[in-house]
Design a protein around this ligand. Structure first.
Ligand SMILES: [Fe+2]
Ligand SMILES: [Fe+2]
Length: 136
């Protein structure tokens, strides 16, 4: 059974961004359940669209937070967000014609990418924020 939960180790110390991370994982879990249940792709289209819209919103909010704290690695971080959106667009564009097995593979790729992104990169601005707070 695949897990779509985040642990405390994934918290970035910003209530809005932490909540958005959980909502995104929640959408992914729903899409996964639909795929496992063999639901019609048509039913899933709205969910995939919402996931896409919500990820874009989250990335914009997160980039604003990084800009406000003058996070030095923001350019590389933004590039990773753009890369994820490309993966997501490819998934959305293909899933109607793909088999469920292939869609599940791709969804799990997106999920693992997203969770690792939080653990590796989002945690870096979280650490930067902590350092700034110590100085004030
Ligand atoms: Fe990020
Ligand atoms: Fe994030």
């Amino acid at each position: 059974m695949e897990k779509f939960a985040l642990s405390d180790a994934h918290l970035v110390g910003d209530d809005l961004l932490d909540a958005q991370h959980r909502v995104i994982l929640g959408y992914m879990a729903k899409i996964y359940d639909h795929l496992l249940a063999g639901k019609k792709e048509k039913d899933m289209f709205g969910l995939v669209e919402r996931l896409d819209t919500y990820c874009r919103l989250h990335f914009l909010d997160e980039e604003k937070v990084m800009e406000d704290m003058e996070f030095p690695e923001i350019v590389a971080h933004k590039a990773q967000h753009a890369l994820f959106i490309t993966h997501l667009e490819n998934f959305a564009g293909r899933f109607e014609e793909q088999t469920s097995t292939k869609n599940i593979d791709e969804l799990l790729f997106l999920k693992n990418w997203f969770v690792e992104h939080i653990a590796d990169l989002d945690k870096k601005y979280a650490e930067h924020k902590k350092q700034l707070e110590k100085r004030h």
